[in-house]
Design a protein around this ligand. Structure first.
Ligand code: URA
Length: 431
């Protein structure tokens, strides 16, 4: 078999066999296939697509390139959630304790943030003492004991995806539905949960710009999951505007506490309830209506907030902020972003707001950049709200007294107009 012939075949729009796909993944991993050849094949896949079978074979080859976590001790109660990325997405911090206090087993590995998107592990590590690296037995024992453990993504899970993703990132080959679906699902399958809930984002702050494309991606991932015997549900949700009030790291933990205390922003709370409902319905194998009322009760009774405290303490983190969340929004410097005219907030471009927080130190431009955990933005006004000239729209927090780049980026991201914008849909579809 020759990689040249495989590239040619895909360039002509023909389907690759399982042997050819395995040859590509094995060869790229053992370095007998060069990056420039892998790039050519990835570009041909981007342009020509992949059949359902090819996507399944690619997922399987990437899954088999590394280890898988064995969660069989949790029977069918294990449940994972994946978001395709976004700005202000702190949903894991909220749904994981809700699901765990209702009996689901959340054994989760999460990633770090890059560019305008934040990472769950960074948010957790912003809490003094939180251990995001545990050995496998510690990880599983914690899930057994309290129902939840969240650690950093292991490099041994689907390493072929890691290597290919880095190549796709620099060769303009990210935006292909079969490549994204196989990439995400190879990692989710390797993470071992029996039930998987996918939050597939669409809009300016997401890979998929339209809800139709996001639904296609969701359907592809559901098909893959089912082929591997997992139960999968997907929500197609809006990422045109940031999720909730806060963007950053500690700022987002602050907001998670607001939601778990029943004082959260409406859209964020609604999305978390919908995600947690799907996770509970799948993992406990119960009806969605019942799951929904159990989730609402977990928040209103304070049980989910207590579970958050137990989780953070179990992983060595300082949970005292739960009684005094405002401790999480202390920084060396802060300044206010105000409206320059009267009117309605009619635009809040998610990716630009993510970059604004990055300028404060709240995100990474490069993988090895250090994060300022105190940096971030809290909005006091939301999309569609009326503001008066000079009224505070947001507070910016940072360790450095340098706000001009953030302000310039917010100026581009936010528009105030005379007419009220139409309401932004939150959940387009549940599949
Ligand atoms: N996230 C992933 O893990 N893989 C992709 O291809 C895109 C987003």
């Amino acid at each position: 078999m020759k990689i040249y012939d495989i590239i040619t075949k895909k360039k002509q729009g023909l389907n690759l066999s399982q042997e050819e796909i395995n040859f590509f993944i094995d060869g790229y991993m053992n370095k007998s296939i060069e990056s420039y050849q892998a790039s050519a094949l990835l570009m041909a896949i981007c342009l020509r697509g992949m059949s359902e079978d090819e996507t399944y074979f690619l997922t399987q080859a990437m899954l088999n390139s590394g280890e898988s976590v064995d969660l069989s001790r949790f029977s069918t109660f294990s449940v994972d959630k994946h978001s395709t990325g976004g700005v202000g997405d702190k949903t894991t911090l909220i749904v994981a304790p809700i699901v765990a206090c209702l009996g689901g087993k959340v054994a989760k590995m999460s990633g770090r943030g890059l560019g305008f998107t934040g990472g769950t592990v960074d948010k957790l590590e912003s809490l003094t003492g939180y251990k995001s690296q545990l050995d496998p037995e510690e990880f599983l024992t914690q899930v057994d004991k309290i129902g939840v453990c969240v650690i950093g993504q292991s490099a041994n899970l689907a390493p072929a995806d890691k290597k290919l993703y880095a190549l796709r990132d620099v060769t303009a080959t990210i935006d292909s539905i079969p490549l994204i679906a196989s990439s995400i699902m190879s990692k989710k399958l390797a993470s071992g949960s029996h039930n998987i809930v996918l939050d597939v984002k669409c809009g300016s702050g997401a890979f998929m710009k339209t809800s139709d494309d996001a639904a296609l991606l969701a359907k592809e991932m559901i098909k893959i999951g089912k082929s591997f015997g997992r139960r999968v549900r997907a929500l197609v949700t809006n990422m045109d505007i940031p999720l909730g009030w806060a963007v950053g790291n500690r700022t987002e933990v602050w907001e998670a506490i607001q939601v778990l205390s029943g004082k959260g922003e409406k859209r964020l709370t609604e999305l978390c309830v919908a995600l947690a409902t799907s996770m509970v319905a799948l993992s406990l194998n119960i009806d969605t209506g019942l799951a929904n009322s159990m989730v609402s009760d977990a928040i209103s009774s304070g049980k989910a907030l207590s579970k958050l405290r137990e989780w953070i303490e179990c992983q060595g983190g300082d949970a005292s902020f739960i009684d005094d969340a405002d401790k999480l929004i202390l920084s060396n410097y802060k300044t206010e972003y105000t409206a320059n005219k009267d009117g309605y907030i009619s635009k809040m471009i998610a990716d630009q707001i993510g970059f604004a927080s990055m300028h404060l130190g709240g995100g990474r431009a490069k993988l090895d950049d250090e994060i300022d955990y105190t940096a971030g933005i809290i909005f006091h006004k939301s999309y569609g709200d009326y503001v008066k000239r000079g009224e505070v729209i947001a507070t910016m927090y940072s360790a450095k007294n340098e706000f001009s780049e953030c302000i310039a980026t917010l100026d581009n991201a936010i528009s105030v107009t005379d007419t009220k914008p139409s309401e932004a849909t939150l959940i387009f579809d549940i599949l």
